[in-house]
Design a protein around this ligand. Structure first.
Ligand code: GDP
Ligand code: MG
Length: 338
């Protein structure tokens, strides 16, 4: 045994929080799902609630998975590969009288100091001021140096919910109590919520938890709006997701996708995109034997885009080598990362 920790005044609270979380995961009576709830009724402006919620956390903790589940549609790509989210992405969900405006941010980048990562860090810092609520996502039972660096960026003026994600991966849940205690000491979190972003019931409950932090004010977006991102942006994100998923770990995250053409013609979209990689060797990885890999990336991206945009999609893909683009400020800007 290591030296005994002095008893904390909030132990009972933490035990209660843990017990509540555990009960949630027992076979509880089915609650109405966000998906089956009546979404949009006529709500007079004077009764509307609305607020900005920043979703922050180090790469790979499940921020994009959470955002997509909250919005009920894919607006942010997910992947096992770190750093797949570079942009600030807004997702909107209106339930009852409340409009939730979610902001997904890139994970805090600490390993490299190049122009791309400097731009990423500015986006993170900018995303947490000016919001009504911050959701700080970590993996349940874990807290690493990279998590601490994100936590250090959070303002004390905004309530922060600690979302202990991937709760499904914790096998002996009682062991989480000391971790919860440790977390409470790191920051005065408004709430600690152990849950799984890929569990629909947890996600629908999460709306109720966030709701009380959002002020009474008119909605900022249309009631059926899901994202303020353009179709063109979504197209580049989907291609990028397929690129990362189908090339596996070999392709460096610095490769990117540029949309060269996006033409809308009724229920038809003509899209041309260039996958920009850093080296000739990477180009081969993307194209694959006999062009097989690139063809698959294109087919999967097209099928997903057709569903997402509810349109017929023609997608043309190119691969180009631009060595060192991630180190060049001007070029990073020209690819749309401010
Ligand atoms: P981000 O980098 O923080 O945006 O993380 P992603 O949303 O891309 O997720 C990273 C990985 O974690 C993906 O493989 C997800 O499927 C996985 N993941 C996300 N949430 C959960 C969860 O609640 N439970 C489990 N087991 N995996 C999850
Ligand atoms: Mg992400």
């Amino acid at each position: 045994m290591t030296s005994p920790t002095p008893p904390k005044a909030n132990d009972a609270q933490l035990e209660a929080m843990l017990a509540k979380a555990l009960r949630r995961h027992a076979a509880a009576p089915a609650q109405p799902d966000a998906a089956t709830e009546p979404e949009v009724a006529e709500v007079p402006e004077a009764q509307q609630h609305c607020g900005l919620i920043a979703i922050v956390g180090k790469p790979n903790v499940g921020k994009s998975t959470l955002l997509n589940a909250l919005v009920g549609q894919k607006v942010s790509i997910t992947s096992r590969k770190a750093q797949t989210t570079r942009h600030r992405i807004t997702g909107v969900r209106t339930l009852g009288k409340t409009q939730f405006v979610f902001v997904d941010t890139p994970g805090f980048q600490t390993r490299h100091g190049n122009a791309l990562n400097r731009s990423l860090n500015k986006t993170v810092a900018g995303a947490v001021t000016d919001v009504d609520l911050v959701v700080f996502v970590v993996e349940a039972g874990r807290f690493h140096q990279e998590d601490a660096k994100v936590l250090a960026l959070l303002p004390s003026s905004v309530p922060v919910i600690l979302l202990a994600n991937k709760f499904d991966l914790i096998h002996r849940r009682a062991q989480l109590a000391p971790w919860l205690r440790e977390m409470q000491e790191r920051h005065p979190f408004a709430e600690i919520v152990p849950m799984s972003a890929n569990n629909a019931r947890d996600v629908s409950r999460f709306f109720g938890i966030c709701e009380k932090y959002l002020p009474q004010q008119p909605w900022m977006h249309g009631a059926d709006e899901l994202t303020d991102r353009s179709e063109k942006f979504l197209a580049s994100e989907i291609v990028r997701e397929k690129l990362f998923r189908l090339t596996g770990d070999e392709l460096p995250y610095t490769s990117t996708v540029v949309i060269d053409k996006f033409e809308e013609d009724g229920r038809m979209r003509r899209i041309a995109a260039t996958i920009v990689v850093e080296r000739d060797g990477h180009k081969g990885m993307v194209i694959g034997e006999g062009g097989e890999k690139l063809k698959r990336i294109g087919t999967e991206a097209r099928m997903e885009l057709e569903k997402l945009l509810d349109a017929k999609v023609f997608l043309e893909l190119w691969v180009k080598v631009r060595s060192g683009w991630a180190d060049d400020d001007a070029r990073v800007r020209s690819f749309g990362y401010e």
